[in-house]
Ligand binder design. Structure first.
Ligand SMILES: C[S@@+](CC[C@H](N)C(=O)[O-])C[C@H]1O[C@@H](n2cnc3c(N)ncnc32)[C@H](O)[C@@H]1O
Length: 387
């Protein structure tokens, strides 16, 4: 495909419903390099004939829609896994905007996605644990002659990534870098014996809680230091009819709150599939499934306005690889919608992030309830009616 055709397709991609801003774009040079490398390999006879294409980690659809535009999808629909519900929705939005009707299937990481795959394109994840889970799944389920092309921005890649791939593939070869991106090519999958390694389960003795984590979830089975600080204020939080752990990760806040407030109904919600799987497993492991509902959603979009009287939030400070306060402000704005009048948002953040003006404006009167050398905890009360 001519360079400018793919460029013009990419230029029409949006990130919505993910945070959009002038310095954030919906594709990167790694998408381009992965697609070009696949075409070159196919032309050189380096791909198994008749193998299906699977894609893992497509951010907003550049890989899926690019492969379809190149006619490089192979037999059957392109099967694609994206951890974030915002990425899944963005792919569908972008397909509709480009007039692409079908041609791809969005699936969880596992056999349905990968069985019979002869080529896998992977946007390398940030964490080695997430890569471990993905590499294990590919080696377990894809065709024995599968070729994995795993690409990333050079500044985010580490030798640890090669080591993870070498545990699951007999042959791993870094390719030449181009425009600050690089592809690792892997062949010869070595399917692991025994059950899949994720979710990992660990007893946290400090909390007296069993924490379960899939590879992609924030903090793994660990306790984030901001979350630990917010938990110090658990005894001072109101007893809610309906409390929400917004951006729940492994669901530690939901589980700890549910345990100390047995009369409360709790929703744990996150945009990440790995997070909601983990939170569900954490609730199960601690006997809290009757009290905790787990929901994959973008910023509580599925919850009605005024539905909650308490929201707990340790906000994200990343939007993809970029540090961006917009992701946190989006969740504060969502909390303003979902809290009933008089309901409270309890949040913890790095003190230098100065979220108070946004909390004051989007929720209502905000008081500082705690501060340590690094973090601030605030409680904001949802103001009554709009004036
Ligand atoms: C800093 S982590 C906190 C995780 C967990 N609450 C804890 O304390 O360990 C922020 C979480 O927010 C989630 N998140 C980010 N943007 C979101 C959105 N738009 N909707 C739902 N969850 C989101 C991330 O996936 C991540 O799990």
């Amino acid at each position: 495909m001519a360079d400018n055709t793919l460029e013009s397709l990419f230029s029409r991609l949006g990130r919505f419903p993910d945070v959009e801003s002038a310095n954030l774009q919906a594709w990167d040079a790694t998408d381009r390099l992965l697609l070009d490398t696949a075409v070159e390999l196919r032309a050189a006879g380096g791909l198994p004939p008749g193998g299906r294409l699977a894609i893992v980690g497509d951010r907003y659809g550049a890989l899926t829609l690019g492969a379809l535009a190149q006619g490089a999808a192979g037999p059957g629909p392109v099967r694609v896994h994206q951890d974030l519900i915002t990425g899944e929705r963005a792919l569908r939005n972008n397909a509709a905007a480009l007039g692409v009707d079908g041609g791809f299937e969005q699936l969880p990481l596992g056999a349905g996605l990968l069985s019979g795959a002869g080529l896998v394109l992977l946007q390398l994840p940030r964490s080695l644990a997430e890569l471990e889970e993905i590499a294990d799944a590919i080696a377990r389920h894809a065709a024995p002659d599968v070729v994995l092309l795993a690409g990333g921005r050079v500044k985010h890649m580490s030798l640890g990534m090669n080591a993870v791939l070498e545990r699951h593939f007999g042959w791993v070869q870094p390719q030449h870098a181009r425009q600050k991106s690089r592809v690792l090519l892997a062949r010869g999958p070595r399917p692991a014996d025994g059950p899949p390694p994720f979710p990992v389960t660990e007893a946290n003795s400090e909390l007296g809680l069993t924490v379960c984590a899939r590879g992609a979830v924030f903090a793994g089975t660990g306790l984030d230091i901001g979350t630990r600080f917010l938990l110090e204020f658990l005894p001072r939080m109101p007893a809610a009819r309906h409390a929400v752990d917004l951006g729940c990760g492994t669901g530690i806040l939901a589980a700890m709150y549910a345990r100390s407030n047995p009369g409360s109904r709790v929703t744990a919600t996150d945009q990440s599939a790995a997070a909601v799987d983990s939170a569900r497993a954490t609730a199960e492991a601690n006997g809290l499934t009757a009290q905790i509902t787990v929901l994959q959603d973008d910023a509580m979009g599925l919850l009605p306005a005024g539905d909650a009287d308490l929201i707990l939030l340790n906000p994200p400070f990343h939007a993809g690889a970029a540090v961006h306060a917009g992701a946190g402000v989006k969740l504060i704005e969502a909390a303003g919608r979902v809290l009933a009048p008089g309901g409270e948002l309890w949040t913890v953040f790095n003190s230098h992030l100065h979220y108070q003006p946004a909390l004051q404006r989007l929720i209502g009167p905000t008081r500082e309830v705690g501060r340590n050398p690094k973090f601030t905890v605030t409680a904001s009360i949802r103001k009554s009616a709009e004036v």
